[in-house]
Ligand binder design. Sequence first.
Ligand code: ADP
Length: 328
Amino acid sequence: MNLKDEELIQKSEEIGMNNMITVKDLEKNYQSKKAVDGINFVVNKGEILGLLGPNGAGKSTTINILATILSADHGEVTIMGHDLKKDAKLIKQGIGIVPQDLAIYEEISAEKNVRFFASLYKLKGHQLDNQVKEALELVGLYDRKDDKPKTFSGGMKRRLNIACAIAHQPQVIIMDEPTVGIDPQSRNHILESIKTLKSRGATVIYSTHYMEEVEAISDRIIIMNDGKIIAEGTKEELNQKVNDEITYYFSVNNLDELSEEQLNRISGVTKVKIYDNKVEITSDKSIDNLNEIIAVILGNGCKIENMSSEVASLETTFLELTGRSLRD
Ligand code: ADP
């Protein structure tokens, strides 16, 4: 850990800070496009925060503002107690940025890559040697340290990208889609590395459009769409919110007499769709109305051929909230 980091931590401790990142009314526009449209959130010390959303949601723009790469049009950001507008230089010393695009040199060895980036933070001697080794071990590339990245798979290059960004042992790590387009083994490796960084005390914010990733490692999840935060909470809280609905799917013959209106009148029913020979009914899960639903269908001379049900998942709720799939 270098002097700057120690100063930053000391300052954080002095003001009793639990919020490592605070974002208030953040906005960024590109001509008439509101890429980030007035968002507010905090990231607590030692937390992994997953920023989830489809392409174009505003994740990268948000991440790049926090990473001091882009400037905001409006709003306030503090990182480790420092104002991003006033103290960007100081903040840069205490954070690790893992960009979406690879920032490594293909023609020099993996170790030399990490060494180069770590030395930008004024690490020297044994401390530099130790931290370079630790970073390569963390991402599982220590045994390939002498090889050039041009011989690596895409996943290995991404892992090296991470080692380069964290060898100076930053307190706050900002990652933009660190696992996009890589093999499952490298992806698991990266997710494990993020958990290890957290266990060593780092605070991590990272963006992704993979639901299962945030479910696997995030302490808290923010869902973004169209520049706005549309939901926020722990995995359990979000599941709680979404799992209060159930959808019944019926395949039915003789649908002529059945109307959506009749089904909509049943207590707990929130949505009805009748099309072809299908009936889709969404209902509050806590209300016991299945017998009544079936009675109304049968009472209209229909014959039920098949039935299934599905409790809403985070993915389906996302679709409901935004009208878009995460993988559009
Ligand atoms: P995400 O990371 O969630 O895919 P982005 O932050 O990259 O989303 O983009 C948010 C919106 O801002 C998108 O509509 C995108 O087209 C637009 N945008 C991003 N960067 C630029 C830019 N440099 N110029 C114009 N529009 C941009």
